[in-house]
Design a protein around this ligand. Structure first.
Ligand code: ADP
Ligand code: GN1
Ligand code: MG
Length: 368
């Protein structure tokens, strides 16, 4: 997606019902997909998130916003019923002046706005285990909150999003096409993935066999998709709801582990600095199960390690595919960033395999 021009940014600033004029929008956050800006009302009172939805990735912004409006309205009711604060504990969509949940600019770009959840922190890396426990409980709670949501009403915003065998096939297709001649330089990474081809099917086969239940899941449970209250350290708001769709609980568990159970950046170039942390894995598993707990079946608990391994392997394959295809999907700020991201994921997969027995032991054990 081409960068937004100043002209469409100005159009977007004017398009929403912010309750007054706003100052110029500024780039905000570190997401890989959408273009995110913060805008402040000219009277200095309130801030908002203004986002251009990546319509190369999300080709049906109307369906996507229908999902988000439905899910946030549902969460709002649940939060109020539980005595919580719906202004801080869920995203709140700000309607366009037309009343629509999004705005289409003169170049066809789709924009939306949210109330800014103030006094929160958004982490790119786990700084202490308490924070990871917080994220675990927040995502576990989120899944529980949505357990009764009518899954059939949700649009599938990205088809086959966590279909790991399909992601494997995409990678092989990219290797074959090799438009930039990069495949020869990634032989070791490809060998790593190919040695695990059979693993890719473990969860999708269990789903097809009816042994794992389909649930409403977030599907992108990175640490930076939860806002933590600055004062209390409590995880309060799950954000980035673009990929809320039917999925496996293990996808949400696994994607959090992939991103957070280590002490390195997702794009760390020096693989000797990348270490999977069994301890952080255990911290997250405990917190996630405590929050989602009795909503999960025994089979889901047993396969937690597979959620972690396959989400990590899958994400590595996606980064590698994007590298081979010319970095058109994940935003990059330097050459080879997607290759570094892929390598980091594979190093983490290897780290999990090295402690696999201990990961399995924990998921088999009864946990509070
Ligand atoms: P992407 O899909 O590109 O990751 P996100 O929706 O996650 O986009 O937003 C990017 C970043 O913007 C988040 O990581 C977070 O820092 C910030 N952010 C998003 N929504 C809000 C909000 N309502 N209040 C405060 N910060 C937000
Ligand atoms: C993207 O949107 P963001 O930055 O939270 C991606 C996830 C990947 C993640 C890797 C819609 O997440 O699937 O796991 O990057 N989102 C989409 O960091 O593809
Ligand atoms: Mg995000």
């Amino acid at each position: 997606m081409k960068a937004a021009t100043q002209q469409v940014l100005r159009e977007a600033e004017q398009a929403f019902d912010f309750g007054g004029a706003v100052c110029a929008a500024e780039h905000y956050g570190a997401g890989h997909i959408n273009d995110t800006y913060a805008v402040r009302r000219a009277d200095g009172t309130k801030r908002f998130i203004l986002q251009r939805i990546n319509t190369d990735t999300f080709t049906d912004p109307a369906g996507l916003m229908e999902n988000i409006c439905g899910v946030t309205a549902y969460l709002r009711r649940a939060i109020i019923a539980a005595g919580g604060d719906p202004e801080r504990e869920t995203l709140n969509v700000i309607a366009a002046k037309t009343g629509a949940p999004f705005f289409t600019d003169s170049e066809g770009g789709a924009w939306r706005a949210y109330a800014f959840v103030e006094d929160t922190i958004c982490l790119q890396k786990v700084e202490n285990e308490q924070q990871f426990d917080t994220a675990a409980r927040t995502f576990g709670h989120f899944q529980r909150q949505l357990a009764g949501y009518p899954a059939a009403s949700l649009h599938e915003t990205i088809a086959h999003f966590h279909d790991t065998p399909a992601r494997y096939a995409n990678l092989e297709r990219a290797v074959k096409a090799d438009p930039l001649g990069r495949a020869a330089g990634v032989a070791a990474e490809l060998a790593f993935v190919r040695a695990r081809e059979k693993d890719c099917r473990v969860l999708t086969d269990l789903l097809a066999a009816g042994e794992l239940p389909l649930r409403v899941t977030h599907n992108d449970t990175k640490l930076n998709n939860v806002l933590i209250d600055r004062a209390t350290g409590r995880g309060i708001c799950v954000i980035d709801l673009d990929t809320v769709m039917p999925g496996l609980s293990l996808y949400d568990f696994g994607d959090s582990i992939r991103f957070g159970a280590n002490d390195c950046a997702e794009d760390e170039p020096d693989q000797s600095k990348v270490h999977f942390s069994l301890h952080l894995y255990q911290v997250f598993a405990r917190g996630f199960l405590a929050a989602a707990g009795d909503a999960l079946t025994q089979a889901e608990k047993t396969y937690l390690p597979w959620g972690a391994k396959l989400m990590t392997l899958e994400c590595g394959m996606r980064f590698l595919t994007d590298y081979l295809e010319g970095d058109h999907y994940f935003k990059i700020s330097r050459p080879e960033q997607n290759l570094d991201r892929a390598r980091t994921q594979f190093t983490l997969v290897k780290g999990m395999e090295d402690v696999w027995a201990a990961m399995q032991e924990q998921s088999a054990a009864p946990m509070a």
